[in-house]
Design a protein around this ligand. Structure first.
Ligand code: TXA
Ligand code: MG
Length: 337
């Protein structure tokens, strides 16, 4: 069930994928749960294992950019992005070919294509010889999986193979860009930042679902579901240091007097918050890379909290991706101080 990422194990895992089974494997972003994307039956198993709604399409993972045209019709802008950022944490939504079944694309005419840089993911996809449909390896609605421990927590017994890839390097899912002719839109921020994308496609837009609540028009079908959420409700505080410290300290004391527990997500500099029971640090305030890397494991660590409080991060660089995941985990519940 759990395998080291050696060549023999990867050959076995590739055989499992080819013959319709499920394999949890590491990527540079988060762990994925993979199946043969050419088989409706295999893709169906992913939805079942994750408890994922069937109208939320899957990403297909390929070993190299040169494979993309076998399954999709990439526009010229795809190759410009690919030259700079692939293999890497960038997924592009482009028109699909008919060999990708509706079960994978959830009936859409497009498919999300990803070429990861993680050597284990690439080797597994290459050995499989088929496109690998691979969403994040968490149970639907929960924070994504960035460690073997979390992969086991969510997927043990639901899949055929789990490959140990240690901690995920980036810790947040890939950036998703929709490419429609000359128009490019960021559907989900991630490892490749807006600033980086603008160097190649200056006109790229940030989709409304990145910072705003779903408004009824699903630019990306997954955006309408609650995501990345621990069991307890999450609230984000918007205010200066003193106001946030006072508010959370009072709230934590109030909850404690009722026999309930507050979970607090803060940074290394937030000394008054770190003194509270149930606080977890995302890392240094100025280090968005460390914050991205730790975010999902921090959210998963609040096992016995009744309510979780966090703070709105700065939205530059990787901060935008951290903000996006926190907003979704919180169901957009923001408390302005
Ligand atoms: O980093 C990643 O992208 C990870 C690793 C495992 O590769 N995968 C991942 O997959 O995050 P998933 O399924 O958890 O998130 C993919 C998102 C979903 O919100 C889905 O709705 C959206 O991509 N998506 C997939 N196909 C789409 C399409 N054709 N059009 C618009 N959105 C699409
Ligand atoms: Mg996911």
């Amino acid at each position: 069930m759990i395998y080291e990422p050696d060549e023999e194990s990867l050959k076995y895992a590739a055989e499992v994928i080819r013959t319709g089974g499920l394999v949890v494997f590491p990527t540079e972003t988060v762990y994925g749960i993979g199946a043969n994307a050419l088989s409706s039956d295999a893709a169906e198993k992913i939805y079942k294992a994750k408890g994922r709604p069937s109208d939320n399409p899957l990403i297909i993972t390929l070993p190299s950019v040169s494979d993309v045209e076998k399954y999709a019709y990439p526009p010229e802008s795809y190759f410009r992005l690919a030259e700079k950022f692939l293999p890497g944490p960038l997924t592009c939504v482009i028109p699909k070919k008919s060999n990708i079944p509706d079960t994978v694309s959830a009936g859409l005419s497009t498919v999300a294509v990803r070429v990861p840089s993680n050597p284990i993911a690439r080797r597994l996809c290459a050995l499989s010889g088929v496109p690998v449909a691979a969403p994040s390896a968490n149970l639907s609605g929960k924070p994504s999986v960035t460690s073997l421990k979390s992969a086991i927590e969510d997927m043990y017994g639901r899949v055929d193979v789990i490959i140990d890839g240690g901690e995920s390097e980036i810790g947040l899912e890939s950036t998703i860009v929709s490419l429609d002719g000359d128009k490019a839109t960021i559907l989900r921020p991630g490892g490749i930042t807006v600033e980086m994308l603008r160097e190649v496609l200056p006109g790229i837009e940030i989709g409304s679902s990145v910072k705003e609540e779903f408004d009824g028009i699903p630019s990306a079908p997954g955006m309408k579901y609650r995501h990345y959420a621990p069991d307890a409700p999450v609230y984000l505080l918007d205010g200066d240091d003193a106001a946030v410290y006072n508010w959370i300290t009072e709230k934590a004391a109030e909850l404690a007097s009722q026999g309930r527990k507050a979970g607090v997500l803060c940074c290394d500099e937030d000394t008054p918050l770190l003194a509270l029971l149930g606080s977890v640090s995302l890392g240094p305030r100025g280090d968005d890379g460390v914050q991205a890397h730790r975010l999902f494991e921090c959210l998963r660590s609040f096992k016995d909290a009744d309510v979780i409080y966090g703070r709105l991060p700065d939205d530059s660089g990787l901060g935008l991706a951290v903000l996006n995941r926190l907003l979704k985990a919180a169901g957009f519940q923001i408390i302005k101080l």
